[in-house]
Design a protein around this ligand. Structure first.
Ligand SMILES: [Mg+2]
Ligand SMILES: [Zn+2]
Length: 187
């Protein structure tokens, strides 16, 4: 099972400058979503291998240093470990096609909605894509899951509404990971 990170496992952070909720960019802003660790543990116990796949373009865009971006990710990872959630592998796309940091600014095959991270992790971990689920809170997550040949679960987090405007077609929808996990374990 492929899991998006922000808005699925950890909380989004409201950014008053743009008026929307976005990925945390400071270690002190990282918190796990209520119910997410227990849901992830339940999925794991039901036999799902959990693989994190996350677009993290903020360093490419110059909003934060790469070091700080990776420190934030480490914090997410630490909090999950503390909650006994075992993410078998993470894939991060650090790129942005129109970023300002040259080394990270280019079109790539990993940035969702492209399926590159899912395909790469599936190869490494020997995961069957048609048997897998992609769980995420944006149109890009669902498009990546479909492109990889997975089934898809959309988490309708109210903070990421602005990233679900193109009308994606997930197989299932749920308000949060806890409710999504219940659906999947009933499937
Ligand atoms: Mg997300
Ligand atoms: Zn990429």
């Amino acid at each position: 099972m492929f899991l998006d990170r922000d808005g699925v496992l950890n909380d989004l952070v409201h950014d008053p400058a743009v008026g929307t909720s976005e990925s945390p960019l400071r270690v002190s802003d990282v918190s796990l979503m209520a119910g997410a660790p227990a849901a992830a543990r339940a999925l794991e116990q039901a036999g799902f291998i959990l693989i994190g796949v996350s677009n993290q373009p903020a360093a490419a865009k110059g909003g934060v240093s790469l070091g700080q971006l990776l420190a934030v990710h480490l914090r997410v990872s630490e909090l999950l470990t503390r909650e006994r959630v075992d993410i078998a592998a993470w894939r991060l796309c650090l790129h942005h096609p129109r970023g300002v940091i040259p080394s990270l600014s280019r079109p790539c095959t990993c940035r969702k909605p492209a399926p590159g991270m899912l395909l790469d992790a599936a190869r490494t971990l020997d995961v069957e894509l048609p048997e897998s689920w992609m769980v995420g809170d944006t149109d890009a997550d669902i498009a990546a899951g479909r492109a990889a040949g997975c089934r898809t679960l959309l988490i309708e987090h109210e903070g990421s509404f602005h990233k679900r405007l193109r009308g994606c077609e997930p197989d299932l929808r749920a308000a949060d990971l806890a409710r999504g996990a219940s659906l999947l374990m009933g499937v």
